[in-house]
Design a binder for this molecule. Sequence first.
Ligand code: ADP
Ligand code: MG
Length: 394
Amino acid sequence: MKIHEFQGKQLFRQAGVPVLEGHVARTADEAAAAFKKLGGSIAVVKAQIHAGGRGKGTVIDNPTQKGVVIVKSAEEARAAAAGLLKKKLVTIQTGPEGKTVNRVFVEAGCDIARELYLGIVIDRSACKPVLMVSSEGGVEIETVAEKTPELIFKEPFNPAYGLDAFQVRKLCKKLNVNGPAAKSAATFFTSICQFFVDYDCSMAEINPLVITSDGLMVALDAKIIFDDNALFRHPDLLELRDWSEEEPSEVRASDAGLSYVKLDGNIGCLVNGAGLAMSTMDIIKYHGGNPANFLDVGGGANAQQVTEAFRILLSDPNCKGVLVNIFGGIARCTTIASALIEASETIGFTVPLVVRLEGTEVEEGRKMLAESDVDIISAVDITDAAKKIVAAVK
Ligand code: ADP
Ligand code: MG
């Protein structure tokens, strides 16, 4: 689960991770009031969307309106907010259709001496979270990783003990952070690592992490992703979820207990088991097709779930055919066959349907389909299925 920058910064503040003062605004008037409340002579109006690259991003049909704007008066704050709110902002991470800005964050202006980078992810091979910092902040870290990987410094840490003092000193030395800034870095690095563990994050990224002209380290940006599998431990976080930022078909699928990820190809896939779903997508690609989605109906899929899965697949206008690839292990092929028949009766299939069934009660399942009026192309194995669906959508 992703959250907005302003929400991340609220959590940072509670956890002792230094941030600047700021207020969220839903209207231009609120943005002007927020500027006055901050009481400074300079502030920054920042579009709140679940995507980075806002500083360089622009509003559709208004290329002069950037997603992050420095303002010097309440009037300027009002104008910047008016230029962003209810508009679509396009950044390198949103795709060309952009994302609608529903809120802006008005934050105190920062006198930046240095821009650094900080990220924490789980290092699966080390089985630990790893803190990564770089002197090359503010720019795209992917470019740094590709061209000058030696400028990214990594410290894995034990989640039970947090980051050690010697690790802080090591990183400060590498970043050439000295004096009061090093003291501030100790607070920052330790508290952000603790935050990552306490909230079961899967990613935390602060770009830029800045050192102010007063030698303080503060988070100027906050990108946080929580591990969905651990959300049950944090019921308080659920209210931070912004459904408007999520793909509607994915929300619908999760309500029905299906794992669904929308993709941009034209072959809908209905599969049971994540591993089989991955290999189905691979083999479609191998035979020259493009999957429209990843969909795992799970081991114990019932008729309602399969019907809902078809509804979701067929509601995607890009979906020009569906490949059903089921291995009856826990789920029986007869259950899937009757769900297919029921789905075809209630929603009707408008696109070619290739079905490959294997496993428990497969003969009975195939017979049920053969005797029904469902118009299917049956396949004997996974290669045959992939070839047939690729041919059918061409
Ligand atoms: P994004 O990563 O989406 O572009 P950021 O929050 O990183 O958005 O902001 C983009 C840039 O705007 C930053 O690199 C920084 O230079 C500047 N900036 C952001 N917040 C402030 C602030 N409070 N004061 C001064 N400059 C800021
Ligand atoms: Mg940023």
